[in-house]
Write a protein that binds this ligand. Sequence first.
Ligand SMILES: C[S@@+](CC[C@H](N)C(=O)[O-])C[C@H]1O[C@@H](n2cnc3c(N)ncnc32)[C@H](O)[C@@H]1O
Length: 337
Amino acid sequence: MSVQIVIDKVLNAFQKISVQDFVEISNFNTKSGFYNLKEKSKIGKNGHFITSPEISSIFGKAILNQFLEKNKNISQVHLVELGPGNGYLTFDILEELLSQNIKILSLTLIEKSDFFKKKLEKFNYINNFQILSDIKEFQHKDDELVFIYSNEFFDTFGHKQFLLENNQFLEIVIRKKENSYCLSKIKSAESDFLKSEYNCSNFLDGDILEYSPLIDYFLKDLKNTIKKFYFTTNDYGYVQYPKKSTLRAIKNKKKISLFDEFESVDYSFSVDFKRLSNNFLPYKTDLISQSSFLKKYVPKYFANDTSHEIKLIKNILSGLEGHEMGNVFKNFTAYNI
Ligand SMILES: C[S@@+](CC[C@H](N)C(=O)[O-])C[C@H]1O[C@@H](n2cnc3c(N)ncnc32)[C@H](O)[C@@H]1O
């Protein structure tokens, strides 16, 4: 069943659908959702968009060097990647760990797309390898360190959108009128909760707040399941609320407008790093731009006069020469060790 048919069914039954559910169906519907569609290539040079680990293994080196700086003299570790996609980041991290004689106790990939799960079977040669859809299924001894890493994972989670009007947060929903789709606003039972969670005085009438209960639940499960962790993630996002919609729809490397098309469209939001950090309280967290992160953890690529190819890669990843990845993208870490 196509994405549009599923959405129309929900609209027929309930007359409205939240932005969060619209995005979750579009991205993850069993057969037709963007991440489950059978295509030759989804992410990468020939896909709909490209990500840092697909551009260069410099990225994986930086992630591992940061981990080793914070975890000196470790001899063994469990690896957990969230949303690995094609698995390039794990591939690069495995190579680096093996070259440093650090024992991999287990490798777990948390991936809910059936399309990518098939591709990830290539890691079957690793001892204690598993692909899970749900972090709650992960098992380990509580005193063993788990290195949890991801890239562009949280931006794919559906977010709810709210509009401030007369001191109330109204939820933005999607409706269908005379065969065309439109945005509408409704009273929300979550308004008081949002006012207490987000300082309402920061918002003016007409401002938009994006909130993802799905990310809150995911992180709660992660913290309940894994006792001793070092967590790092790179994504695009903010600390100051943008107060407008950050929802993006991408098809074949081009931004398209909401409702232009329904099939084979990747939807994503900017990540709220302030909330991510609050989710990890009382543990210590850090946030730096992807550009500073790369300069710090793979300095030799920035210090040397390098080949044209390396120069291009480093400019894209770090945001030099106007590429957006280095500045809009951030590196977030949290650890309880
Ligand atoms: C934008 S892609 C990034 C893929 C890869 N990390 C990269 O950088 O190339 C997002 C990935 O996260 C996965 N994903 C999103 N939400 C998920 C969830 N709640 N549980 C497991 N996997 C999820 C998607 O299926 C997809 O593989």
